[in-house]
Design a protein around this ligand. Structure first.
Ligand code: ZN
Length: 305
């Protein structure tokens, strides 16, 4: 069984609180682990959440403010201490290369693992493609250069056993039909249906901008910052952030199925208010106001069209 879930390591913006660690999120996508925005304390939060350094294949940093990147130093050293047996790829804004270099080499340690640096620049673009997903980035709008990330699984085809049986197709012929598109006058369309690919996006620290909408479009799960409540929208715009209502309206317009709100300002004591404002803004899909150490499964695939 392939696992696709979000493991929330921390949910605080700017400073940790008694109940919230700095940001940090692991996305498990089949056999891969993608760590987004490791803030300070991420290494310990991983331990508490049951995430090992071996689970990490990619590091994706939206921007170089401390709550999104201070944890790189510890996480990178731990990857090396544990001698992770596969290469780890890091994506981050190219304009912050000097910060990445400092965090990567914050103190002395023995490098044992291949850490591949693949920075993002310009408007973003496609960063990687595997059979399970395409990873791309889009520029966001924040006082320092920031990028959001999206994983998009290509559509596939699901073979329908009863139709295969009706046409007497079995064994190695199924593979031949899949490769060649038809077999003995039977087309692939007749014995299979579209399997809709899944889509995930991670949007941190930004005002509303085109990149936010592009990333959110049609997501099965959208993890998005809502630093402020709606009554503080002026502050949000000034500091390059979103309110709960803004984030929820983006999600509603984009047809998001499961919305995860996070990156909360320390000024708010009651998380329920984020949920109330997101609902008031018209989002009626699944909604999670993130708490540290929670796990959120991706929704089941959409039905074939
Ligand atoms: Zn932040």
């Amino acid at each position: 069984m392939s696992v696709r879930e979000l493991v929330v390591l921390g949910t605080a913006s700017q400073v940790p609180t008694r109940h919230r660690n700095h940001n940090g999120y692991l996305l498990r996508w089949d056999g891969e682990g993608i760590l987004f925005d490791p803030g300070e304390g991420t290494q310990r939060q991983m331990l508490r959440a049951g995430v090992a350094a071996h689970d990490l294949n990619r590091l994706c940093v939206t921007h170089f403010h401390g709550d999104h990147s201070l944890g790189l130093a510890g996480v990178i050293q731990r990857i090396n201490l544990d001698r992770v047996p596969h290469p780890v790829v890091a994506h981050y804004p190219r304009s912050g290369q000097r910060f990445f270099d400092r965090l990567r080499y914050a103190t002395a340690y023995r490098e044992t693992v291949q850490l591949v640096q693949e920075p993002v620049s310009g408007g973003g673009g496609t960063l990687a493609g595997t059979p399970a997903y395409e990873l791309w980035a889009r520029r966001l709008s924040h006082p320092v250069e920031a990028y959001g990330y999206a994983l998009v699984e290509p559509d596939g085809r699901r073979m329908l056993p009863e139709r295969l049986a009706a046409h007497g197709i079995a064994g190695p012929d199924v593979g031949r039909l899949q490769r060649e598109g038809s077999l003995g006058g039977v087309s692939l369309d007749e014995v299979s249906e579209v399997r809709r690919g899944q889509r995930f996006a991670f949007v941190m620290d930004t005002r509303l901008c085109e990149g936010v909408y592009e990333l959110a479009e049609g997501c099965d799960m959208l993890v998005i910052e809502s630093t402020f409540l709606d009554e503080d929208e002026r502050l949000a715009v000034e500091h390059g952030h979103l309110t709960a209502g803004q984030a929820a309206r983006v999600a509603a317009d984009a047809g998001v199925r499961h919305l995860v709100l996070t990156h909360f300002s320390q000024r708010y004591a009651d998380p329920a208010e984020f949920e109330r404002q997101a609902r008031a803004a018209g989002f009626d899909g699944e909604l999670t106001v993130a708490r540290d150490l929670m796990r959120v499964s991706l929704p089941k695939r959409r039905q074939a069209v």
